[in-house]
Design a protein around this ligand. Sequence first.
Ligand code: AMP
Length: 210
Amino acid sequence: MNIIMLGAPGAGKGTQAAVLCEKLNIPTISTGNIIREALKNGTEMGLKAKSFMDAGQLVPDEVVIGIIKDRLQESDCQNGFILDGFPRTIPQAEALDAMGVTINSVVDIEVKDEVIVNRLSGRRVCENCGRPYHIESLKPQVDGVCDDCKGALVQRKDDQIDTIKNRLEIYHKETEPLVKYYEAQGKLLVVEGKDTVKATTDAVFEALGV
Ligand code: AMP
């Protein structure tokens, strides 16, 4: 099954993608995580993306399209994949269609802007594996330490308040039109983001019939 997770930054795409990845045993591909990894390794692509990312802006389409094109050719994608954070613009969605990739379902997690601001400003991520946590609602077992890989939990630069507002504005302008795009393709599944991760997961599973 090939799935796209859609929704504003902080809607819970990454968290739900991680749960789905485990349940369906297919990889999650997060362009954000790939870019952050490239940045950590000091690659040319990472350095090119840094200024956009830090400012909460979108990295140019050709960069992320190139990332996805390469990644989808890897063997672990053969039985399906979950895209988290891609596509984020209509040209990216069109490029995915042009690659001949069949998408089965697009899960759109809908959450109000004010809830998102609270969530993102309290979000912490593992600097090693990228797993997300929250200072109130999704605490690790040991403060500041990732449950999975024991990496340190940090606040992303783009999770600071002004950058969050900027990212939401960009989401409404550039990414939200994808809802109609995939609705027109008959692939859209709208899921209301709930108060707990578990409740949202149940709704995602139900929508996907898994
Ligand atoms: P994320 O971890 O998905 O919130 O992505 C973090 C940042 O990476 C975004 O704010 C963008 O700067 C960049 N990014 C990730 N995915 C994309 C994409 N599909 N298109 C453009 N920029 C992206």
